[in-house]
Design a protein around this ligand. Structure first.
Ligand SMILES: Cc1ncc(COP(=O)(O)O)c(C=O)c1O
Length: 365
C-alpha cells in the first residue's frame, strides 16, 4: 500500500509509523533494563497486527479487557491475560474456548467470579490462571483487604482447573505529572507490600505481580516486587499522556486527519472530525481545556464537539486556516478515538505505507 495522504477522505485516523516504532522500542528497552515483563494492553489499538509488533518489541504476552479482544489477540500471542472479571455464562464459555488455544489468565476480585471461572474451566477441561486483583488506590475493582487476597488465592489453589499465578493492580488513579508521582507511588508500594506479605505468611507465592500504566510506566521499577507492566496507551500516546509529561508532544503517533469545512463564524474554524472521530474525553490534567489539539499547533485546541463537527478555537492564535485546509488532531484519550475507527492508516510523512483494521471493536463479531 503506497498512496499519498492527499487521496484519503477525512476524517481519517493516522499513525506516524516512525513515532510508533520509537514508542515501542523505548518501552522495550526500559522493561529489559529493569527485568520487567511487558504485557501491553491491546485495548488501545485492538489490532492483532499491531500486537505482533509489540511482541517483536519486548512483549512476552498480551492484555485484553474484553473476550473479543482476547479472541482477536489469540492470532498474535499464545499468552493472553483478561484484565477484567468474567461474569456470566456467555463470557465464561468464550473464556474456556480461549483457554483451549492459548495460555489464559484472568484477573478477578470476588468469590462469585472465582467460582464461575472454576466451574467453567472444570466443565471445559481447561486450565485457567488466576491473578487476584488488588485495589491499591484506584477504587474501581480489586480487593483492598489483604485477608481477602489470601482467601481468593486459596480458592484458586483449591480449584483443580485453576492455577493461582499472583496478583494484579492498575494504578490508573495516578494521573499527576510524572515528577509529582512520588507520594502516590509510595502509597502503592506500601499497599502492595501488605498484600504480598499476607500471601507469604499464608504460604502462597505470587509468581506474577502485574501493574503498570502509561502515566507510571517509566517509574515502574520503583515499585518493589513488580514483575510485569501492562501499558496500553504508550504505543500511540495522546494529549493526556503528553500533558502530564509521560511523553513528549513529538511522541504522539496518532492523529485524526481532518478538513476545515467552515470559517464562517469569527474566532473559530470548523473541521469534519467531531465527537464520532475524536471522542469527547476530558483532559485529566491541571489547567486543561479542550478535547484535542492540533499536532502541528498544540496551542490550537478543539473547544467544542458535535457528532461530525469539531470547533477549533482560534482566539489565542494568529493562524487563520483556509476552508479546505487539512489539519492533524491529537485527541485527549487515544484509545477511545481508535475505538471509533474502522481502520487506521500508517503514514510516513505524506505517504500511506500500511493500514490496520481495528478488528476487536465491540464485544462480539
Ligand atoms: C487493567 C488495566 N491495565 C492496563 C491498562 C493500560 O493503561 P494505560 O492505557 O494508561 O497504558 C488499563 C487501561 O485502562 C487497564 O484498565
Amino acid at each position: 500500500l503506497h498512496a499519498e495522504l492527499e487521496s484519503l477522505m477525512t476524517p481519517a485516523a493516522l499513525v506516524d509509523v516512525d513515532r510508533m516504532q520509537a514508542n515501542l522500542a523505548r518501552m522495550a528497552a526500559y522493561t529489559k533494563r529493569h527485568g520487567l515483563a511487558l504485557r501491553p494492553h491491546t485495548k488501545t489499538h485492538k489490532s492483532a497486527d499491531l500486537a505482533r509488533r509489540q511482541l517483536t518489541h519486548g512483549a512476552s504476552g498480551l492484555t485484553v479487557a474484553t473476550l473479543l479482544e482476547g479472541e482477536t489477540m489469540m492470532a498474535a500471542s499464545s499468552d493472553v491475560l483478561l484484565a477484567h472479571p468474567p461474569l456470566g455464562d456467555a463470557k465464561l464459555r468464550r473464556l474456556v474456548q480461549m483457554a483451549k488455544h492459548v495460555r489464559t489468565t484472568v484477573a478477578l476480585d470476588s468469590p462469585e467470579a472465582l467460582a464461575g471461572v472454576a466451574r467453567a474451566a472444570d466443565r471445559g477441561r481447561v486450565e485457567v490462571g488466576v491473578l487476584v486483583e488488588l485495589d491499591l488506590g484506584m477504587k474501581r475493582v480489586g480487593v483492598a483487604d489483604p485477608r481477602r487476597t489470601v482467601e481468593l488465592a486459596r480458592g484458586a489453589v483449591a480449584a483443580s482447573c485453576l492455577e493461582f499465578r499472583g496478583v494484579l493492580f492498575y494504578p490508573g488513579h495516578i494521573r499527576e505529572p510524572v515528577a509529582e508521582q512520588g507520594p502516590a507511588l509510595q502509597a502503592v508500594n506500601d499497599g502492595l507490600a501488605e498484600h504480598l506479605e499476607a500471601l507469604r505468611a499464608a504460604g502462597l507465592e505470587a509468581e506474577v505481580v502485574s501493574g503498570g500504566s502509561t502515566p507510571t510506566a517509566y517509574v515502574s521499577h520503583e515499585i518493589a516486587g513488580l514483575t510485569e507492566i501492562r501499558p496500553g496507551t504508550y504505543i500511540f500516546n495522546d494529549r493526556t499522556t503528553s500533558s502530564i509529561g509521560a511523553c513528549a508532544w513529538e511522541d504522539c503517533a496518532y492523529s485524526v486527519l481532518a478538513t476545515v469545512v467552515s470559517t464562517a463564524v469569527p474566532g473559530q474554524a470548523v473541521v469534519d472530525a467531531g465527537a464520532k472521530a475524536l471522542a469527547r474525553e476530558e483532559l485529566r490534567a491541571p489547567d486543561a481545556t479542550g478535547y484535542a489539539a492540533l499536532l502541528d499547533r498544540p496551542d490550537v485546541v478543539v473547544s467544542g464537539l458535535s457528532e461530525e463537527h469539531g470547533i477549533l478555537d482560534l482566539r489565542q492564535t494568529d493562524w487563520r486556516p483556509a476552508v479546505g485546509e487539512r489539519v492533524r488532531i491529537v485527541p485527549n484519550h487515544v484509545c477511545v478515538s481508535v475505538n471509533l475507527q474502522n481502520r487506521i492508516w500508517g503514514v510516513r510523512g505524506e505517504r500511506i505505507e500500511e493500514s490496520w483494521l481495528v478488528e476487536a471493536r465491540g464485544w462480539s463479531r
